[in-house]
Design a protein around this ligand. Structure first.
Ligand code: BTX
Length: 326
């Protein structure tokens, strides 16, 4: 609630001193007992509040636990994430997002879960979403762009994740076409874009982001261990999921606004800057055929640019690319 946010704000501003219950109740214009009730709620959210009878209250610890409050507090965005829905456990945040989008949820609504029991990747693949180990979230957007530009949003999201990760000196993210984020050649994040459109008009787009943060090797399934990683595994650092979410949302908002204003050009450049194996030979496998060819870059519509089996320029929209390390 907004009262609770104000309360956190007041307590946080006074965090090296105490503030009396009376002062809080005056500032918020609520009764002392209402102040006390809100304090109890904050404690449930994981805030640590110290109360001293002759001095008042102060915050001595912020929660590690995700909640609508802890994500909102300190979030530096104008519209993205102003409406947040947090679930401890859900089948898939994509599913919840579709429901909300159909029910008129505003542009910029964000759905986040601590755990997904049925996390989805592309083409019905599954996405491992272990409890409290990563960021599992979906963003509802209502862009006024032609539907055939929607794939650009996937590429945009990849650059946002790469920008956020590379702001930490220990990380050097790369993007594997079309939408995997790699650290040292292993996948730490995936993006799933879904949309509802009619003709070429978009009703809404849902951007699903999965980012492995706190996993140890043991938290990854046998199957994933050799090709997936997490921020924790790469850095041996203890990451704050909440802080990362806030950075991703703030960076996303800026990048997206720039994109709506100036188009895809700068995003494409940035994508190619992070692009993995650009200029190198890769193995390309489509539904119909498999061959080796150089990965030349990406097109305005997100297609991969390469050379066809019979030696012509070719755009690829859907394929698995792989390579042999040597
Ligand atoms: P994708 O199809 O590119 O990747 C799926 C593949 O990645 C799987 O087949 C598996 O091999 C591998 N994989 C599965 N889980 C993980 C993991 N945790 N880390 C690394 N590799 C993995 C990528 O699809 C799109 C993923 C989007 C996930 C978000 S989470 C929030 C939202 N809700 C939801 O259900 N999906 C999205």
């Amino acid at each position: 609630s907004s009262t609770r946010n104000k309360l956190i704000e007041i307590l946080a501003l006074n965090n090296d001193g105490y503030i009396s219950g009376q002062a809080i109740s005056d500032k918020l214009q609520i009764s002392r007992s209402a102040v006390w009730k809100h304090m109890k709620e904050l404690e449930k959210d994981g805030y640590k509040i110290e109360g001293k009878s002759n001095k008042g209250y102060r915050i001595i610890g912020f929660p590690n636990k995700l909640s609508e409050n802890t994500i909102t507090w300190g979030l530096d965005s104008k519209w993205l994430g102003k409406n947040i829905i947090h679930k401890e456990s859900t089948s898939s945040t994509q599913t919840i997002a579709h429901e909300h989008a159909r029910n008129q949820a505003p542009n910029g609504t964000v759905i986040i879960a601590d755990e997904q029991t049925d996390g989805r990747g592309r083409i019905n693949r599954n996405w491992d979403s272990t409890k409290e180990k990563g960021i599992w979230m979906s963003i509802i957007l209502r862009p006024e762009i032609p539907a055939h530009h929607a794939p650009q949003l996937t590429l945009l999201t990849a650059t946002v994740l790469a920008d956020v990760l590379s702001s930490y000196p220990l990380l050097q993210p790369q993007i594997k076409w079309p939408n995997d984020i790699l650290l040292n050649g292993k996948k730490c994040a995936g993006i799933l874009t879904e949309m509802q459109a009619e003709q070429d008009q978009i009703w809404y787009v849902i951007i699903g982001i999965g980012l492995n943060v706190k996993h140890t090797r043991e938290d990854l399934s046998e199957e994933l261990r050799h090709r997936a990683t997490s921020l924790g595994m790469e850095t041996e650092k203890d990451w704050s999921i909440q802080e990362l979410i806030q950075k991703i949302l703030a960076t996303f908002e800026k990048t997206y606004e720039l994109y709506l204003e100036r188009g895809f050009g700068e995003i494409k450049e940035k994508w190619e800057h992070y692009g993995f194996k650009i200029g190198k030979e890769v193995n390309i496998k489509t539904m119909k055929e498999e061959w080796k060819a150089p990965f030349l870059g990406i097109a305005e519509d997100g297609a991969m640019l390469t050379i066809s089996k019979d030696g012509h320029n070719q755009r690829i929209y859907s394929a698995e690319i792989s390579w042999f390390d040597n």
